[in-house]
Design a protein around this ligand. Structure first.
Ligand SMILES: [Cu+2]
Length: 140
């Protein structure tokens, strides 16, 4: 039931700018949740514009106790979520975190977050590099 609330929603397709030669994260957002909710869902697009594969290993934020990367899967009509320790993005490709597929599960929010609030997310890669981006809280 929990899974259905957070994961079985239509995928939103967005056109995004492409920056050649670097890794970029765009369109980061967190779905507004009821005040009692201790877990939120987050989404973004990661573009690997470099000429090497990159491996995303961690996502963290001061605004949450813990953040995990998940993949929603549906097999024979049964929905489940897989926890991903890391995700490799091939050179020149995108990985899209969107409702119904890859998503962030953000546990134990430090405070109530409402539509329009922003949260800094820190992305850590296998080569030690980091990207910080700002996610906006939105209604679904
Ligand atoms: Cu999940």
């Amino acid at each position: 039931m929990f899974f259905r609330l957070f994961c079985l929603l239509p995928v939103v397709f967005l056109s995004l700018p492409v920056f050649a030669g670097e890794v970029t994260i765009t369109n980061a957002w967190i779905a507004e949740a009821p005040p009692v909710s201790r877990v939120h869902a987050g989404y973004f697009t990661l573009h690997n514009g470099s000429d090497k594969p990159v491996t995303l290993k961690t996502v963290s934020s001061d605004a949450y106790g813990n953040i995990e990367m998940h993949l929603s899967i549906e097999k024979d009509g049964v929905s489940s979520m897989q926890w991903l320790q890391q995700i490799e993005i091939p050179a020149g490709e995108d990985v899209v975190f969107a409702p119904g597929g890859y998503h962030l599960m953000l546990f134990r929010p430090a405070k109530r977050l409402k539509q329009g609030d922003t949260v800094k997310l820190h992305f850590g890669f296998a080569d030690g590099s980091r990207i910080t981006t700002t996610a906006t809280v939105k209604k679904r």
